[in-house]
Design a protein around this ligand. Structure first.
Ligand code: GDP
Ligand code: MG
Length: 178
């Protein structure tokens, strides 16, 4: 059994919990507890391997979070970095997180340069009030060796599932390279 540790990070209210719960249950509930963090477990079989997936969904109130970003970076094998396409400040938050993960000297990441990172522009259903262009997300991802997609936790179950599978496959590929 291979352990795969995935951290879902991003600014408050971007939909980290909504995406995680959508992946685990295929449902969108609408409101999610923001005052505590969770580590969810899921067994799955991918590329003929049995995986024990752990997903870390942080508390949206950083002062209450048990993990500091440093320990999250050290804990995780891969990252989903979430921003809200209708909230520019959340894109700046995502950018800062990516720089922190990729920082070569000071990073506490397990494998700073090559750890699997997938940048997600969530809330695509709110594209009529979009503040961050698709191209901007794509460029940030390309410049920092991340995968990228836009989707909606509210409306797209299959896309959310495929997004998680994509980053888990990225983690497996990296672990083969080690
Ligand atoms: P977190 O703080 O990053 O965990 O964000 P939540 O998952 O708690 O979501 C914050 C708010 O955004 C909640 O009211 C969700 O219902 C809403 N939300 C999450 N994903 C989407 C989405 O894809 N579209 C829309 N319209 N709202 C969403
Ligand atoms: Mg949350």
């Amino acid at each position: 059994m291979n352990d795969v540790k995935l951290a879902v990070l991003g600014g408050p209210g971007t939909g980290k919990s909504a995406l995680t719960v959508r992946f685990l249950t295929k449902r969108f509930i609408g409101e999610y507890a923001s005052n505590f963090e969770s580590i969810y477990n899921k067994h799955l079989c991918l590329e003929g391997k049995q995986l024990n997936l752990e997903i870390y969904d942080p508390c949206s109130q950083p002062q209450k979070a048990r993990f500091s970003l440093t320990s999250e970076l050290h804990w995780a094998d891969g990252f989903v970095i979430v921003y809200d396409i209708s909230d520019r400040s959340s894109f700046a938050f995502a950018k800062a997180l990516i720089y922190r993960i990729r920082e070569p000297q000071t990073s506490h990441c397990k494998r700073a340069m090559e750890s699997a990172v997938l940048l997600v522009g969530n809330k695509q259903d709110l594209c009529h009030v979009r503040e961050v262009g698709w191209e901007e997300g794509q460029k940030l991802a390309l410049d920092n060796r991340c995968q990228f997609c836009e989707l909606s936790a509210a409306e797209q179950s299959l896309e959310v599932e495929m997004m998680f599978i994509r980053v888990i496959k990225g983690i497996l590929t990296n672990s083969k390279l080690k």
